[in-house]
Design a protein around this ligand. Structure first.
Ligand code: F0G
Length: 419
């Protein structure tokens, strides 16, 4: 199986360009990486992965941020705004209340546009430039559109974003707007937007930069590499488990790929690989359903709803890559309610870490799995928080304290504080 943790190195095909090629995860067909625009396999429509003749080792990594990991990436440099190198926060109170040996928060909200999408875009937009395309497009629940708009404008390219009308948080629309994207509001959910953008891309109208694009996931692998390096530095061991929110399952696929490549390079034993745990909102949980049912394919949910609008997704397109990642690492998937998400958002805020609702799903999921005894008290765990609090100011204000009107003089303020 091409997506197993066997440690078997891939055979280098004639299509390889400087040791890099694209390979179909379903039928194994290979393609040159930068000759043509292609998102899926010409033969069977399966998902593609970037493959490398030379696999990265920890010793190869130097510098800071996403481009520290050039040895694990398809290009030497990107269209960059200094993404990556995000904090791996200690959270002592949360660690104690969850009741595990160690808990760290990898806060991807600290990227330039406030989400992990920047890591994918610095690579994806550079590949677009390499391919010579001039118009970039994505469907988005918000963060991808913000990152695409920023990186597209930095790369001097036109950007087009399709968003589900009324379901994108204010901060994200503001970003896409000011960075100059054309914003097309679709009367439908994210999955419909993605169907349309895929059609546009296949007609050659724009270059697709959703996580279906295999190059974007290469940039997102660096989240996993940073977590491993951080844990090795602080604990001399990799984490037992990484818990992350799941929408399209791009990150789950990317982290698993990062670890598979380290196993193939002999840098990590297969049984050392952190267990991957995907968390979805109860109202949008097709991955959880597939894991619980032992299914190889997910069932598309047409009706989805959650306060965590970033992961309001019913058809996770990367499921064929992510399901093996969860299973092969001995991980699992779990759903949480909107109330549990908001509670976790408050818990993180109480440690000074401001995240948007989808991000807090990771902590809510960990708490639930610990309560169920799936996570042991001796475990060291990293939770991924994917987006910044300011992305969704309305959700933050609703979850937090209300402003209190007071008189415009000190005595009145003191009186109010005593009442
Ligand atoms: N968390 C946040 C804050 C997100 O914006 C997303 C995805 C996810 C988690 C899920 O990540 O797709 O890799 O499983 N947002 C996409 C967007 C869909 O359009 O911004 P995934």
């Amino acid at each position: 199986m091409s997506l197993s943790l066997s440690g078997e190195k891939p055979a280098v095909p004639d299509d390889a360009d400087d040791g890099v090629w694209l390979e179909c995860i379903e039928c194994g067909e290979t393609f040159a990486p930068f000759d043509d625009v292609r998102y899926t396999c010409d033969e069977c429509d399966g998902l593609l992965e970037v493959r490398y003749a030379d696999l990265p080792t920890f010793e190869d990594f130097e510098g800071e941020g996403v481009w520290r990991y050039t040895a694990a990436l398809p290009l030497e440099e990107g269209v960059t705004t200094q993404e990556g190198a995000t904090p791996l926060y200690e959270v002592p109170r949360l660690e104690e209340s969850v009741g595990i040996e160690a808990l760290r928060i990898k806060h991807e909200g600290m990227n330039p546009t406030g989400s992990f999408k920047d890591r994918g875009m610095t690579v994806g937009v550079a590949v677009a430039r390499e391919l010579g395309v001039d118009r970039l497009a994505c469907a988005s629940t918000g963060n991808t559109s913000a990152a695409l708009a920023a990186y597209g404008s930095r790369g001097g390219m036109e950007t087009l974003v399709l968003l589900p009308a009324g379901k994108v948080a204010a901060g994200k629309i503001a970003q896409a707007s000011l960075h100059g994207a054309r914003i097309l509001e679709v009367d439908g959910n994210f999955d419909t937007c993605l169907d349309i953008v895929q059609d546009l891309a296949s007609r050659g109208e724009a270059y697709l930069l959703n996580s279906l694009n295999p190059f974007r996931l290469e940039g997102q692998k660096t989240i996993g590499l940073e977590i491993l390096e951080g844990f090795l530095a602080d604990y001399d061991a990799v984490p037992d488990r990484i818990v992350l929110p799941v929408g399209n399952a791009g990150n789950t696929s990317a982290l698993y790929k990062a670890f598979r490549e380290l196993v193939q390079a002999g840098e990590l034993a297969a049984d050392e690989v952190p267990k991957l745990v995907g968390v979805q909102a109860e109202g949008a949980a097709p991955m959880v359903e597939a894991i619980e049912n032992g299914a190889d394919e997910i069932r598309r949910w047409d009706e989805v709803e959650t306060r965590a609008t970033a992961i309001r997704i019913g058809n996770p397109v990367n499921a064929p890559k992510a399901l093996p990642g969860i299973r092969e690492t001995g991980g699992t998937a779990i759903s949480v309610t909107d109330e549990e998400i908001t509670e976790a958002q408050r818990d993180l805020a109480g440690e000074g870490i401001g995240v948007e609702p989808a991000s807090a799903a990771s902590v809510a999921g960990l708490r639930k799995l610990r309560a169920e005894g799936v996570v042991g008290d001796d475990e060291r765990v990293a939770c991924l928080t994917t987006g910044h609090l300011l992305k969704d100011p309305d959700a933050a204000a609703a979850a937090g304290n209300d402003p209190e009107p007071v008189a415009a003089e000190t005595e009145g303020v003191l009186e109010h504080l005593q009442s």
